[in-house]
Design a protein around this ligand. Structure first.
Ligand code: ADP
Length: 544
């Protein structure tokens, strides 16, 4: 028997309308590329978002169109999120740290109709423009009087899209499974793959993290996403904050410790979210200043495991640190590191033991760990295996990529995360290793396999493997382990030069270790496990 309840579609537009109505004092504060600090309230943000939506419709944007953004964290980027998605189009957030090759690939693959960019990224786009779709409309996200006079390509001013448009709109009603956002993530090899979110998955994710992370979502508090809007929707914060009545502080481009400290201190930011690299920078500034930024109480760390010493440094200064674990394909949050209530009064070191783990799964996301044959392992804290996930906020495949889709899901329809994990009797997750062949530097992926292939294309290199080595600032950096074909051993600079055509500079290996041969597994593959073991005492050149 069916129940007798209404069914209303979950729509993203309703989130901001709710925030504007229920939290009219909520603010959005942004460091702008124009150089100043911009602030307005949720009702003002909602009004401009409606104007922008009308402006996009006037430009002929239709449901399902992909509108790309290449921008820092700021209020215009936030408006684009809600305006594009509100009218049923798809917001394709682009990571500016991609190599030019990958940038060209994803814009063409997504078939973007419009590209909205900060002035910072004009040179980046000018350099690849000839390879982008001919009918792409460019929009510069800047004040009218700051529009650059000598633009290398034809573009509209963002503010002209809003000008003269009404600030009211009847948001269209459509199926909640309509696509709303597109975010590409680097694979272990080849081109980036697109996660295509829906209104339903996004609204559920927003509600889910508010429920999970009650420590962060305190009405009237200010939250600062250091994690970029181009990085899995800034982990969902632009959706969760208006639901829970938090103001948002967008830091713009300057993410170094000194600038972050200043901004957080003057705004009294309560909670801030980002990768460990960012928090290392902020902690250095905190130590320099001898105090915490005013009101800072909640640090959420994701993207990589947070070093224990860093967690401790924040905890000792009165801020609570927690892990959020997840991935682009999971919207992204899958678990939140917590201190279970029964541990509230435990000594700091015991609480740190717990906080080092990745925590409780979010309601609506299920976990299983399996061995190499796909056999489920018990959740006893001892057995480990690859972590598979299932849930309403997990991708069911990749955008226009059947091959990658087939590889992503197992026979039971679960998604393989590529993370190695164990889960204990209390359901607490620990990520212990990574099965996927990737290096994560400052929160961004580098494909080991692609680097290896390119290294091996060098005539003097017979065989090569890339391993991740620990780095204080960047968490991990790639190092090349190579076997020479003959006598010649190219210098590091020569190898970097050879690889730089296909990789961004920050993705190139920092060192070469020449060996006589690479260790192999039973099946003849290079054993990364053995290599990592062999070089476990290796110290990165920056830290010698
Ligand atoms: P994001 O960096 O936004 O979390 P990505 O899709 O780029 O999303 O990366 C996801 C991967 O990052 C995970 O599969 C895992 O390897 C790693 N990761 C993310 N969060 C954590 C965490 N809290 N602890 C350890 N590893 C993490």
């Amino acid at each position: 028997m069916k129940g007798m309840m209404m069914q209303r579609p979950l729509r993203i537009a309703d989130i901001l309308e709710f925030g504007a109505e229920q939290y009219p004092r909520g603010e959005i504060i942004s460091v702008r590329t124009e150089g100043d600090l911009h602030r307005y309230t949720y009702p003002q943000a909602a009004a401009r978002t409606r104007q922008l939506a009308n402006g996009l419709l006037a430009k002929g944007v239709e449901m399902g169109d992909r509108i790309a953004t290449l921008a820092w964290n700021g209020y215009r980027h936030f408006e684009l999120y809600y305006a594009i998605q509100g009218i049923g189009a798809i917001c394709h957030t682009i990571n500016p740290r991609l190599s030019p090759e990958q940038l060209i690939y994803i814009i063409n693959h997504a078939e973007d109709k419009m590209l909205c960019l900060d002035t910072t990224f004009i040179p980046l786009i000018a350099a690849v423009k000839d390879h982008l779709p001919k009918d792409l409309t460019y929009v510069i996200m800047v004040d009218k009087d700051k529009m650059p006079a000598d633009l290398p390509f034809e573009a509209l001013c963002y503010e002209d899209l809003l000008d003269g448009q009404p600030d009211t709109i009847e948001w269209p009603e459509f199926d909640e499974n309509t696509a709303c956002g597109l975010c590409y993530t680097s694979g272990t090899t080849g081109n980036p793959k697109g996660a295509l979110y829906t209104h339903r998955s996004t609204v559920l994710h927003a509600m889910m993290i508010v429920v999970m992370q009650t420590s962060s979502f305190v009405e009237g508090g200010k939250v600062l996403p250091v994690v970029p809007l181009f990085h899995v929707n800034a982990w969902g914060l632009p959706y969760s904050a208006p639901l829970a009545g938090l103001s948002i502080v967008f830091p713009g481009a300057a993410l170094d410790g000194e600038n972050l400290f200043k901004l957080m201190d003057s705004e009294g930011v309560y909670s801030a979210w980002g990768v460990p690299t960012i928090w290392m920078g902020l902690m250095a500034e905190i130590q320099k200043q001898g105090r915490m930024p005013n009101g800072f109480k909640d640090v959420v760390v994701g993207g990589s495991a947070c070093p224990r010493s860093l967690m401790k440094a924040f905890e000792e200064r009165g801020a609570s640190v927690s892990h959020a674990w997840g991935m682009t394909e999971m919207s992204p949050v899958g678990s939140h590191g917590v201190i279970p209530a029964w541990m509230n009064d435990a000594p700091l070191e015991e609480r740190l033991d717990m906080k080092q783990r990745q925590g409780r799964r979010c309601f609506g996301v299920e976990f299983k760990i399996v061995d190499e044959d796909g056999k489920r392992q018990p959740h006893d804290g001892k057995h480990s295996g690859e972590l598979f996930v299932r849930g309403n906020t997990v991708v069911s495949g990749y955008f226009k990529n059947e091959e990658a889709t087939k590889k992503a899901l197992d026979a039971e329809g679960w998604f393989g995360t590529g993370d190695v994990a164990s889960i204990d009797h209390n359901g607490i997750l620990t990520i212990s290793d990574r099965a996927k062949d990737l290096v994560k530097s400052g929160g961004e992926w580098i494909s080991s396999i692609d680097l290896e292939n390119l290294a091996m294309a060098h005539p003097a290199v017979a065989n090569a493997a890339v391993i991740a080595v620990p780095h204080k600032k960047w968490d991990e950096r790639p190092v090349l382990v190579a076997v020479a074909r003959g006598e010649e051993k190219p210098s590091l600079e020569a190898m970097q030069e050879h690889m730089s055509e296909h990789f961004a500079k920050w993705q190139l290996p920092d060192d070469i270790l020449w060996v006589d041969q690479l260790p192999l597994t039973a099946t003849g593959k290079v054993s990364k496990l053995t290599l990592r073991q062999t070089f476990k005492d290796y110290v990165h050149p920056d830290e010698r």
